[in-house]
Design a protein around this ligand. Structure first.
Ligand SMILES: NC(=O)c1ccc[n+]([C@@H]2O[C@H](COP(=O)([O-])OP(=O)(O)OC[C@H]3O[C@@H](n4cnc5c(N)ncnc54)[C@H](OP(=O)(O)O)[C@@H]3O)[C@@H](O)[C@H]2O)c1
Length: 265
């Protein structure tokens, strides 16, 4: 069986380089294109910053990097997502969007692209978080609406968006189970007069050091507290999940998908 070719947007970043590590251990996938920003200091260099070169040169031109039959794997910046989705749709290349922190306009662009190509929106590609999400949905429906729900997350000091895409996705899952819209019940800021409003979903964010990614959902009522947590200790877990998801995406018809579709959860 021929290996599945991948083009990585954001190759010079933490996730881009973790994907290279994951690719080295999995012969079912092959890097065929590596894209960084036009301002990148690594343009023209080999995609692998460490270890053996992988024979793919970094370019700032996404159109030139894409090939028929490849899957695009997006781990760059929220601001680049809309453009990358448009280019993938034009060139009929499926796209996995691991990037978080993109705006509503980019979301619409992804929905438009999904009319032409398979689009996977995966703010967290670890298998553990997909299961966390399912457990959180079950807990929400079993506990009912009298429990207070709070979502806390922790990441490294250079993460740009807050709360994390994963925390927001967990909030959407909980609000959906309760028949609410997250935007109506989310409490992102608490300071000064911060009495908890009933039915709200609170978010708290920690940014420090080199934390890879941690999420806890707390359900609390008078007399008890249930906490469901996931801790990532190495980005390789996101990278392995992304490869699995990219392999799955290559065989799908046009449409919008999530990690639960990949894993059949
Ligand atoms: N889905 C998941 O499981 C998961 C896991 C971890 C992180 N993430 C998300 O993935 C994204 C990347 O995270 P990270 O930690 O790898 O960030 P990072 O280390 O800052 O890497 C992002 C890279 O994107 C490149 N870039 C910027 N603009 C670009 C453009 N227009 N085209 C192509 N490349 C561009 C930058 O490289 P140059 O300056 O060299 O261009 C940068 O090195 C974030 O949104 C993060 O939240 C998702």
């Amino acid at each position: 069986v021929a290996a599945q070719s991948l083009v990585v947007f954001g190759i010079t970043g933490r996730m881009g380089q973790s994907l290279i590590r994951a690719l080295r251990e999995d012969s079912r996938f092959l890097l065929c294109g590596a894209v960084a920003s036009a301002a990148s200091s690594r343009l023209g260099q080999d995609a692998a910053a460490e270890g053996q070169p992988c024979g793919v040169t970094i370019t700032a031109d996404p159109s030139a990097a894409l090939r028929p039959g490849c899957v695009a794997v997006e781990f760059s910046l929220g601001d680049a997502v809309a453009q990358h989705a448009r280019i993938c749709a034009q060139q009929r290349v499926p796209i996995l969007v691991g990037t978080t922190g993109f705006d509503a306009e980019a979301r619409s662009e992804l929905e438009r692209a999904a009319e032409t190509i398979p689009v996977l929106i995966a703010p967290n590609t670890s298998i553990g978080v997909a299961v966390l999400s399912k457990l959180v949905a079950e807990a929400t429906s079993s506990l009912g609406s009298t429990y207070d729900v709070e979502i806390s997350e922790a990441h490294h000091r250079t993460k740009r968006d807050a709360p994390s895409g994963t925390a927001l996705r967990l909030g959407e899952v909980i609000a959906g189970e309760r028949g609410q819209r997250l935007s109506d019940v989310a409490a992102y800021e608490r300071g000064g007069n911060a009495l908890r409003s009933p039915g709200s979903i609170g978010f708290s964010v920690l940014r420090a050091g080199d934390i890879v990614g941690e999420h806890t959902v707390t359900f609390a009522a008078a007399g008890e507290r249930l906490e469901i947590s996931h801790r990532a200790t190495d980005r390789i877990t996101f990278a392995r999940g992304a490869l699995r998801a990219a392999g799955w995406l290559a065989g799908q018809p046009a449409g919008l998908y999530g990690m639960h579709d990949v894993l059949g959860l």
